[in-house]
Design a protein around this ligand. Structure first.
Ligand code: ADP
Ligand code: MG
Length: 656
């Protein structure tokens, strides 16, 4: 190698390169600094959390390659501060990063759905501040207190020459340069903003660490300091110069009574990357044939990516307190994908892989115990804290509704946890349980009635409810997308079958109402000709036309035959791109309604066909359905209006 070549090589090594942040990061940084400012201490939690993750990753890699840790076997974190330089440094001897990893992890946000998340922000700062917590901004929270952040890192097992220095002032770009770093791991150096200099205080930092990071399994070291004296002097301490400032034991190995709520919350925020505390948690130790410990948490808010297919989900898995993997999916079914937590097994091998988890009896048995625990946790939340349960249901109700289809074994238990809107409360808030419904219903009622529509208002105002309102029978109002799916799997609850109010013939006779068969034979006969004439007009468009007593205020409604797919289900399946054969509906007419009586009067006239079509189309619209040919509906409707206007006296629709 010639001298110039070597010189060039060193030169390029030392050269700084500047890169622009991914566009999303710029937006996020500004928003985050504003949103989290009132809670700025969390920067330390986030950086310590990353240091702890880095140590976990190294401990795991070390099982395959035990050389990685020989020179420096004790994994630990240091927090330093320097009053003169106005810096705080968080140092770990964990896995470290290569140059590529630095650029990827600290220059881009790899989470899928980031763009959608940002597009969904309202621009209203206080509202967005709440959302940002669900996103989990981690490393970037350093910029809440720092005007410049430096990261000096080197990958474990790599050459000291492959060290990297990353730095940025959080505005648009960052710099990367290579340097020599003797030790593996990462230093994050925060150059504090002037207003944040009060953080340069050992007691302050200790307080923040115990508040947020006590659960961290690794020791966190700080320089020993004697508490400030009355005169405000700080003296150098004798003896060892460093001390551990956190508890530094795997929290879940301690007896429950020794763990504070703050520690449980801290553990949650570390594993869930959530800024909000959890709604509730459960900590259990299982002994016997299998030995394992787990802590499960129910979050408060929907994570921004709950509905992304590739969202990481599952529990954090440890084997004998050694971190094995994030997002071990096998412990939770899909409908409980919002549950976060850890599971620590004493029986699994340390080199357990995802493949192994998939075909393991042990895992199956742990999984069913964990599922049962989650369900009973939710059950007691519902019983003991209705308000919290509403928060839970608002966030995760639609996901729980996937449960009966997915988890046959626990169907009844899941059903108890379901909450609905109903005609009893008439509120969009879903807070009626099936048990509430059953407790209120007349003893003769055999079915649990529901109506499903695209929106709450469409459900609430459905013509099908008219007779139920009249008779005071409660109907569940369903308008979540998954509701039809749910109902097709639920079938029954506590011996009562579910019945859609828009399906099949309605027999409310069971409720002991004499007038329930109020359709007189004479009425049926009187309309026979009209109905026959309508059938020739509508032809193939309907399966049948008949009179009904289920309506009081509306002239007509659409009914689905007992075994046909419901209109709402058909719409959903089409929206999902599925080919669905169109089912012909049944048109039911209310013989007491003036519109229907008028139709009878125009029998045989040129208006009859327009009247008939308008009635059908109205009934479709009232269901929340879409017309195949809305323009024709409008034209016919206008023709009828004009006909009325032309003959105001002669042909006016009157009461008689
Ligand atoms: P998250 O922790 O949720 O992944 P962060 O924004 O906190 O998100 O960190 C982004 C990524 O940067 C981490 O996933 C990790 O790959 C990398 N990283 C951050 N801090 C460290 C560290 N101290 N050591 C090694 N890698 C780190
Ligand atoms: Mg993090």
């Amino acid at each position: 190698m010639s001298e110039t070549e070597t010189a060039e090589k060193t030169a390029t090594k030392k050269e700084k390169s500047t890169f622009g942040f991914q566009a999303e990061i710029n937006q996020l940084l500004q928003l985050m600094i504003h949103a989290l400012y009132s809670n700025k201490e969390i920067f330390l939690r986030e950086l310590i959390s990353n240091a702890s993750d880095a140590a976990d990753k190294l401990r795991f890699e070390n099982m395959r390659d035990p050389m990685l840790m020989t020179e420096d076997p004790e994994l630990k974190i240091h927090v330093y501060y320097d009053k003169e330089a106005k810096t705080i440094t968080i140092r770990d001897n964990g896995i470290g990063m290569t140059r590529d990893e630095v650029m990827q992890h600290l220059g881009t946000i790899a989470k899928s759905g980031t763009r959608e998340f940002l597009n969904g922000l309202s621009g209203d700062k206080s509202k967005d501040a709440k959302l940002i917590g669900q996103f989990g901004v981690g490393f970037y929270s350093a910029f809440i207190v720092a005007h410049t952040v430096e990261v000096i890192t080197r990958k474990a097992g790599a050459d000291p020459e492959t060290g990297v220095r990353w730095s940025s002032c959080g505005e648009g770009s960052y710099e990367v340069e290579s340097l020599r770093k003797e030790t593996r791991g990462t230093d994050v150096i925060l150059h504090l903003k002037e207003a944040e200099e009060e953080l340069l205080n050992g007691w302050q930092l200790r307080r923040i660490i115990t508040k947020y990071s006590d659960h961290i399994t690794l020791p966190i070291y700080m320089k020993k300091e004697t508490p400030p004296t009355a005169e405000g002097e700080e003296k150098e301490a004798f003896g060892p110069t460093e001390e551990v400032v956190n508890q530094a034991t795997a929290l879940w190995t301690l007896p429950k009574a020794e763990i504070s709520d703050d520690q449980y919350r801290g553990l949650y925020q570390h594993i869930a990357h959530d800024f909000e505390p959890p709604l509730t948690w459960s900590h259990n130790k299982v002994e016997g044939k299998l030995e394992y410990t787990y802590v499960l948490y129910i979050p408060q808010r929907v994570p921004f990516d709950l509905y992304h297919n590739n969202k990481p989900k599952g529990l954090k898995l440890y084997v004998q307190r050694v971190f094995i993997m994030d997002d071990a999916e096998q412990f939770l079914p899909n409908y409980l994908r919002f549950v976060r937590g850890i599971v620590d097994s004493n029986d699994l091998p340390l080199n357990v892989s995802r493949e192994l988890l998939q075909n393991s009896r042990q895992i199956d048995s742990m999984r069913s115990a964990i599922v049962k625990r989650v369900l009973s946790m939710l059950e007691s939340l519902a019983k003991n804290d209705k308000e919290k349960y509403q928060t839970f249901w608002k966030a995760f109700g639609p996901v729980m509704k996937e449960g009966p289809a997915e988890d046959f074994a626990n169907k009844q238990q899941i059903a108890k946890l379901l909450r609905f809107s109903s005609t009893h409360t008439n509120s969009e808030q879903q807070d009626v349980s099936l048990e509430d419904y059953i407790a209120r219903m007349p003893s003769a009622q055999k079915h649990l009635y529901f109506v499903a529509a695209e929106t709450f208002n469409a459900a609430k105002n459905s013509p099908h409810l008219e007779v139920f309102r009249k008779k005071g029978i409660e109907v569940l109002l369903l308008s979540d997308r998954v509701d039809e799916w749910l109902m097709s799997h639920l079938n029954e609850f506590e011996g009562k079958t579910f019945q859609s109010v828009s399906r099949g013939t309605l027999d409310l006779g069971e409720l002991g109402e004499k007038e329930s068969s109020s359709l007189q034979e004479t009425t049926v006969a009187a309309f026979a000709d009209t109905i026959a004439e309508m059938k020739t007009v509508l032809g193939d468009r309907v399966k049948d036309i008949r009179l009904t007593d289920r309506l009081t205020d509306s002239p007509a409604c659409i009914v689905v035959d007992e075994h046909d797919m419901s209109a709402q289900m058909e719409r959903l399946m089409r929206a999902a791109g599925q080919q669905v054969p169109a089912h012909k509906p049944i048109l039911e007419l209310n013989p007491t309604h003036l519109m229907v009586q008028q139709l009878k009067k125009v029998s045989g006239t040129p208006h009859f066909s327009d009247w008939t079509w308008v009635l059908l189309d109205q009934a479709v619209l009232a269901e929340g359905g879409h017309l195949d040919d809305p323009a024709s509906f409008v034209r016919r409707f206008n023709q009828l209006l004009l006909a009325l206007a032309e003959q105001p006296q002669k042909d006016k629709i009157s009461g008689e």
